[in-house]
Design a protein around this ligand. Structure first.
Ligand SMILES: NC(=O)c1ccc[n+]([C@@H]2O[C@H](COP(=O)([O-])OP(=O)(O)OC[C@H]3O[C@@H](n4cnc5c(N)ncnc54)[C@H](OP(=O)(O)O)[C@@H]3O)[C@@H](O)[C@H]2O)c1
Length: 284
């Protein structure tokens, strides 16, 4: 349950999902350019928390439009945080959506999953922008700041940006371990953080995911079992790397603080629950 008046930024796959789930009123849902959000608007609206889901997410587009990608993924979110701090005296929490793809895994060199303290190892320009923005925000954390790093976000929505829709479309899929994060797990994490009296929730980076790991091939198999597609064939990483530009990253995440706080379900449970709803949404 949401305990605070949220000002939501962005109307993409995740922003749309959250706006619907939390029944965000139009005056509290910023769907315009991030850089146009000003101190006066925030003073007038007086939110109790700001959640920023806006950003450029198409990896190839980000390589080809580097300046625009940097403006949207780095300058924009930092501008919003500065405006918020100034408007509301460093008191109102800012929750920013970063990404678990700041690491190029699937595992660290020692074979373990990535924790929020591990230095980013970005493999493409999009990942560089996400890691840079996190560093800049953390360097000037004053108003309560929480940076969330989900991985391969999915939901029951029939949106082309939904990871389930993407994996439903490829005949061959990798069988490499990966973390995944449902939009519901992100929503619950935000609700729990905002309702928590634990000061350790703030001014930190949190990995956000369901427990365990899965693979694109396993997701494709679940989608086939739900009648959404034909069973997938396996694709090798070297085959994919030969043509997929920029390189696709794999990353398995871990975060003890997050798991204790949110107690996420296993990724297989959460995938099957979402896929059953997704199948209905696409009429299967
Ligand atoms: N999708 C994933 O699997 C995934 C995984 C990890 C983290 N994340 C992060 O989670 C957040 C939400 O992702 P998503 O899946 O909802 O992505 P999405 O569907 O692409 O939504 C992002 C939205 O932000 C908008 N936007 C871009 N630049 C903007 C600007 N300067 N001002 C205002 N709006 C702007 C985009 O508009 P246009 O469509 O016009 O560009 C789009 O509507 C992003 O920060 C993303 O990096 C996503």
């Amino acid at each position: 349950m949401l305990s605070k008046k949220i000002f939501l930024i962005g109307n993409g796959h995740l922003g749309g999902f959250l706006a619907d789930l939390w029944k965000i009123l139009p005056e509290l849902h910023w769907q315009r350019e991030m850089m146009e959000l000003d101190v006066a608007t925030l003073k007038r609206v007086r939110p109790e928390a700001v959640v920023n889901t806006a950003g450029k997410t198409d990896l190839r587009w980000c390589e080809d439009h580097a300046y625009e990608c940097f403006r949207c993924n780095v300058i924009g979110p930092v501008h919003v945080y500065r405006a918020l701090k100034q408007a509301l005296d460093n008191k109102v929490p800012y929750i920013h959506l970063s990404s678990g793809c700041v690491w190029d895994g699937p595992f660290r060199p020692d074979g373990k999953p990535f924790t929020p303290c591990d230095p980013p190892t970005p493999a493409c320009f999009y990942s560089w922008t996400k890691a840079s923005c996190d560093a800049l925000l953390m360097a000037e954390a004053a108003a309560p700041l929480l940076i969330l790093r989900p991985r391969q976000v999915y939901s029951p929505l029939a949106s082309p940006r939904n990871t389930l829709a993407k994996l439903n479309g490829y005949p061959r899929l990798l069988d490499t371990p990966n973390s995944m994060t449902s939009a519901d797990t992100i929503a619950r994490t935000i609700e729990i953080a905002l309702g928590s009296s634990d000061p350790r929730v703030w001014n930190r980076i949190m990995n956000v995911y369901e427990r365990g790991s899965t693979s694109p091939f396993e997701v494709g198999t679940f989608l086939a079992q739900a009648g959404c597609r034909q069973p997938p064939e396996k694709l090798s990483k070297s085959d994919l790397d030969a043509w997929h530009k920029p390189k696709r990253v794999d990353a398995v995440l871990e975060d003890k603080f997050f798991e204790d706080l949110v107690k996420p379900p296993t990724v297989q449970e959460e995938l099957k629950r979402n896929i059953a709803l997704y199948a209905k949404a696409i009429g299967k």
